[in-house]
Design a protein around this ligand. Structure first.
Ligand code: SAH
Length: 211
């Protein structure tokens, strides 16, 4: 299926490739689209939202560098596909995932149960505020594009941890990886153009580092 494409497009981390091989993407799609599960494309999951393209999920996961014990925050659960891959990679840690649409969250929770994933905590709400009670996190991943990086997310990043987030508007977005260094400084890297649905938030975004 897409495994050869992932390797061909530069995904090298064997743990990430194993997680991609493990995750049954058809379980995260509406039944009539299950036949398309192994094409490398984003697909509609209802409520105007999309399940991310496998290559982009693999790329974001690789850049996040999740370790087995890591506590990861995810914004925008959507179908739960990215969440499941992160939970698989952090069996001795935990994934905290926030979604603003209740229908999608309920469906995703059902999928986590079916997959036997017990290291996931879910929350309904605005993920731009992060999850302060559980901070700091060893990694933060955002599955929707923001015009600027929400300040609460950088504030909840542990030292050495990375925030992976698409930054931009509907027309043009770039994948940004922001790492908090040993002296608490923030170091940005850029991983190319991407296309995500917008992060919808009532929080005013502050003037934090943007590309
Ligand atoms: N990675 C997901 C794709 C998610 S699409 C997958 O593979 O299925 C982006 C999701 O972010 C949508 O479900 C959308 O409802 C959600 N979202 C948008 N703004 C949000 C916000 N402020 N807080 C939490 N979730 C948000």
């Amino acid at each position: 299926m897409v495994m050869r494409q992932l390797a061909g497009r530069g995904i090298r981390d064997p743990r990430v490739l194993a997680a991609m091989r493990w995750a049954p993407r058809e379980w995260f799609l509406p039944p009539h689209l299950a036949g398309d599960a192994y094409s490398d494309a984003p697909l509609p999951i209802g409520n105007g939202q999309t399940i991310s393209q496998p290559y982009v999920v693999a790329l974001m996961t690789e850049r996040l560098t999740p370790k087995r014990t890591h506590r990861i925050l995810e914004i925008g659960t959507g179908s739960g596909y990215q969440t499941a891959i992160l939970a698989y990679l952090t069996p001795n840690g935990k994934v905290f995932t926030i979604e603003r649409l209740p229908d999608l969250l309920v469906e995703a929770e059902e999928r986590f149960r079916r997959l036997g994933l017990t290291n996931i905590a879910t929350r309904l709400g605005d993920g731009a505020a992060g999850w302060p009670e559980e901070a700091p996190f060893d990694g933060i991943i955002v599955g929707a594009a923001a015009p600027r990086i929400p300040e609460p997310l950088t504030a909840q990043l542990a030292r050495g941890a990375r925030l992976v987030i698409p930054v931009g508007d509907l027309a043009s977005q770039e994948l940004v990886i922001l790492e908090r260094g040993a002296h608490s400084e923030l170091l940005p890297r850029y991983a190319g153009g991407v296309r995500f649905v917008p992060l919808i938030s009532r929080l005013a975004f502050t003037e934090e580092p943007s590309p």
